[in-house]
Design a protein around this ligand. Structure first.
Ligand code: EPU
Length: 443
C-alpha cells in the first residue's frame, strides 16, 4: 500500500452525490456525549479516519465508543478513569484539547498536551485556556514536557467571558465546559459557525440550557445531561462545496443531496459571480458548468464569510477561469500548501502580500508584533491554464482534496500521495467519485 490515489483525469463528472455527516460536528458531538449520564447514540456519523482516531482515544481512556450500525455510534464515558491524553494521540486529533471539558467535570483534573504546530498554522489554544481560567480552573503549562495540567480547585463557576478574537472550536469548548458550571455563563464574541448551533441543539434536547443571541451565548448551568431523543448530525457543508467544485472544474454537473443553500450561501454567491450554473431545490443543489468561468477575488473569513476550508478547491477552479483571480486567507496563517503542487501541473500562481489597514484585527490568528514576519497571505491565479498530469503530495486535508480535483481536470494519469490525510475528513471519496464517472483508485 502506498497511501496514494491514482486518478485518470479529463472526464466531466456527472450524477448525484449523497453527503455524509459533518466531520466538524461529529467530532464535537462525540466528545460532548462523554458528559452524559448513560450511553448516547449518534446518527449520521461519517466513517472517516478522524472519527476512528477519536473513538480509539476514548477507548484508551476507558470509555465505550463504537460504531453499532453503518453510521451510528454509541458513546459512554461512565468508565473513563484516566485523565491523561498522551502526546501521540493528541497530535493525531486536533480537537483533543476539548477533552478538558469531560475530564475536568468527571475527574476534576485533566492532563493534555499542547496540540502544537500543524500544517495550516500554529493553532495555539490560548483562547480556550483563558476561558478555563475565567471559570475557575487552575491551568499550568509545563514547557519541559509540553503538557497542560488543569485542575478544579473548587468547582466550575459561571461568569462573563469575551473572546478577544472568536474561535470556532473555542466557542464549542466554552459551551461544554460551562454546561455544569454553577450559575450563568455568558460567552461573548462567540463564533457563528452553523456547526456550533447543531451542537447547541443536541445539548438543549438533552437537558442543557443554552441560548444564542448573535455573538452572545448564554449558558445556565444544569446538573446533568441525558439523551432524550434521536440525534442525527447535519450533513457536511465542506463536502458539499468540494463536490460543487468537482462539477464545475471538470465541466460536468453534480446534484448534491442533503444540503440547503443557506449553509453554503457565501460559496453560492461567489460561484454565481464566476458564472457557474446553479439550480437550487429544497434540499438539493445542482452545480453545472455553463460554458465558461470568470475570475473572482476572495477573502476568506469566519461564518458567514467565504470559508477558509473552501479556498484550496476554489483556487484549483480559478486555474480554469479566464483572467486573474485573487485569494486572501485571513483565518489561518499557512493554508497554501497546495500551491507548489499546482505549479507542478502547469498552474500560474504567484504569492503577494496584500495591504491591510489593521492586520491585528483583520487576521483571525494571533498576530501581535509578528506582522513584519508574516509571509504572503494571498495568491494571484492566472487562468485559463490547461493542467497536465503529475505526482502530487498532500499537505493538509482541504489542500489534499484540491489536488484530487486538479488531477481530475488534468489529462493523463496523476498520483496524489497522502490518501490517508484526505480520508481523515472525506467518507469514501473514491467510491463517490467513481459513481460520478471518475477514474480513481487507491494504491
Ligand atoms: N486561534 C488561536 N488561539 C486559539 C484559538 C484559535 O490563535 O486559542 C487561531 C487559529 O489558529 C486560527 C484562528 O484563530 O488561525 C481561527 O481558528 P478557529 O479556532 O476558529 O478554528 P478551529 O476551531 O481550530 C475549525 C475547524 C476548521 C475550520 C475552522 C474555520 C474543526 C475541528 N476545525 O477550526 O476545519 O477551518 O474552524 O471554520 O472544527 C478542517 O476541517 O479541515 C478544518 C481545519
Amino acid at each position: 500500500m502506498e497511501d496514494a490515489y491514482k486518478i485518470n483525469g479529463g472526464i466531466p463528472l456527472k450524477g448525484q452525490v449523497k453527503l455524509s455527516g459533518a466531520k466538524n460536528i461529529a467530532l464535537k458531538a462525540v466528545i460532548a456525549s462523554l458528559m452524559f449520564k448513560g450511553a448516547v447514540e449518534l446518527q449520521n456519523i461519517p466513517r472517516i479516519l478522524d472519527i476512528e482516531e477519536l473513538l480509539n482515544l476514548i477507548k484508551l481512556l476507558g470509555g465505550r465508543a463504537e460504531f453499532v450500525k453503518s453510521n451510528t455510534v454509541v458513546i459512554d464515558g461512565a468508565n473513563i478513569k484516566s485523565n491523561k491524553i498522551d502526546l501521540l494521540h493528541a497530535s493525531k486529533i486536533r480537537v483533543s484539547f476539548m477533552f478538558f471539558a469531560p475530564l475536568l467535570t468527571a475527574l476534576g483534573e485533566a492532563i493534555i498536551p499542547n496540540p502544537g504546530g500543524c500544517r495550516i498554522g500554529a493553532r495555539p489554544i490560548d483562547r480556550q485556556i483563558e476561558f478555563m481560567k475565567a471559570l475557575g480552573v487552575s491551568v499550568k503549562y509545563n514547557a519541559e514536557d509540553g503538557f497542560y495540567r488543569a485542575r478544579l480547585e473548587k468547582g466550575l463557576v459561571g461568569g462573563y467571558f469575551k473572546f478577544d478574537k472568536p474561535s470556532h472550536t473555542g466557542t464549542e469548548f466554552a459551551i461544554l465546559l460551562a454546561i455544569f458550571a454553577k450559575g450563568q455563563t455568558i460567552v461573548d464574541n462567540a463564533s457563528l459557525e452553523p456547526e456550533i448551533d447543531d451542537l447547541i441543539t443536541f445539548l438543549n434536547m438533552s437537558g442543557a440550557q443554552i441560548k444564542r443571541s448573535g455573538r452572545k451565548i448564554i449558558i445556565e448551568g444544569v446538573k446533568s445531561l441525558t439523551q432524550r431523543g434521536e440525534y442525527k448530525i447535519a450533513n457536511d457543508r465542506n463536502e458539499a462545496v468540494t463536490f460543487a467544485v468537482f462539477a464545475l472544474a471538470t465541466g460536468g454537473e453534480i446534484t448534491i443531496n442533503g444540503i440547503s443553500a443557506t449553509m453554503i450561501q457565501s460559496f453560492i454567491d461567489v460561484a454565481k459571480k464566476a458564472g457557474a450554473g446553479i439550480k437550487i431545490e429544497k434540499n438539493n443543489i445542482k452545480f453545472f458548468y455553463n460554458g465558461s468561468l470568470g475570475a473572482t477575488d476572495i477573502v476568506t473569513g469566519p461564518f458567514p464569510g467565504f470559508m477558509t476550508d473552501w479556498q484550496a478547491p476554489w483556487a484549483v477552479l480559478m486555474t480554469q477561469a479566464a483572467g486573474v483571480s485573487t485569494i486572501h486567507e485571513s483565518v489561518f496563517e499557512n493554508r497554501f500548501s497546495y500551491v507548489s503542487e499546482l505549479l507542478k501541473l502547469g498552474a500560474k500562481i504567484d504569492f503577494f502580500k496584500p495591504e491591510v489597514k489593521s492586520p491585528e484585527k483583520f487576521y483571525q490568528f494571533n498576530l501581535g508584533k509578528n506582522y513584519q514576519k508574516l509571509g504572503s497571505q494571498a495568491i494571484k491565479i492566472t487562468g485559463k491554464t490547461p493542467l497536465h498530469n503529475g505526482v502530487l503530495k498532500v499537505g493538509d486535508l482541504r489542500a489534499g482534496v484540491s489536488l484530487i480535483i486538479a488531477a481530475a481536470i488534468a489529462g493523463g494519469e496523476s498520483i496524489v500521495e497522502g490518501a490517508s490525510v484526505i480520508d481523515r475528513g472525506y467518507e469514501e471519496i473514491d467510491k463517490k467519485l467513481i459513481a460520478l464517472g471518475a477514474k480513481i483508485k487507491k494504491i
